[in-house]
Design a protein around this ligand. Structure first.
Ligand SMILES: [Zn+2]
Ligand SMILES: [Zn+2]
Length: 170
């Protein structure tokens, strides 16, 4: 998509305050932590919420994305654009690793967890932005790609970036 397309999409995007979204995100994660008992299980549950959101998002924008991502590695661009569309920011770094059938998205100033540092007891396991991976996974599956995305680093866990790794399984 050319720059013109990006600008047009930017103009039609309805904005929600990121702090409002962040409050909801943290409240949801906290609920899941209480319910599931540990950060790993809470993260997986939050990933599943992302998958449900992904199905809705795709249904809503299906007619616009129809011609995109016919080849797996095109998701590097497609998801960068979707990320920009929803957060107002692109990824800082996207790496394609063909030998691992992987696309790696990195955000060093992720708006989805901005200012959050998880409590020490659970910090290394926390993945606050995991709904992104649920969304990427579901949209891939619905578009006929057996792929899974997981957040392998998170700023809320004290990492330098939020990293989403999308891998084609077969
Ligand atoms: Zn983040
Ligand atoms: Zn994160």
């Amino acid at each position: 998509m050319g720059l013109k397309g990006w600008i047009a999409w930017h103009a039609v995007a309805k904005k929600i305050d990121l702090d409002a979204l962040l409050s909801t995100t943290l409240a949801t994660y906290e609920m899941l932590l209480e319910k599931e008992g540990d950060a790993e299980k809470a993260t997986r549950a939050f990933w599943n919420i992302g998958r449900k959101a992904g199905a809705r998002m795709l249904a809503k924008y299906a007619e616009h994305v129809g011609k995109h991502a016919v080849e797996f590695y095109e998701f590097a661009k497609t998801y960068n654009f979707a990320y920009y569309f929803y957060t107002g920011k692109t990824y800082d770094k996207i790496t394609i690793i063909p030998e691992e059938k992987k696309i790696v998205y990195e955000d060093y100033n992720c708006p989805l967890c901005r200012g959050v540092l998880a409590p020490k007891e659970i910090r290394d396991k926390v993945r606050i932005c995991i709904t992104v991976d649920g969304i990427y996974t579901e949209v891939c599956k619905l578009r006929g790609f057996n792929a899974e995305s997981w957040e392998t680093k998170c700023r809320a866990a004290g990492d330098e970036c939020c990293r989403h790794e999308l891998r084609l399984i077969d």
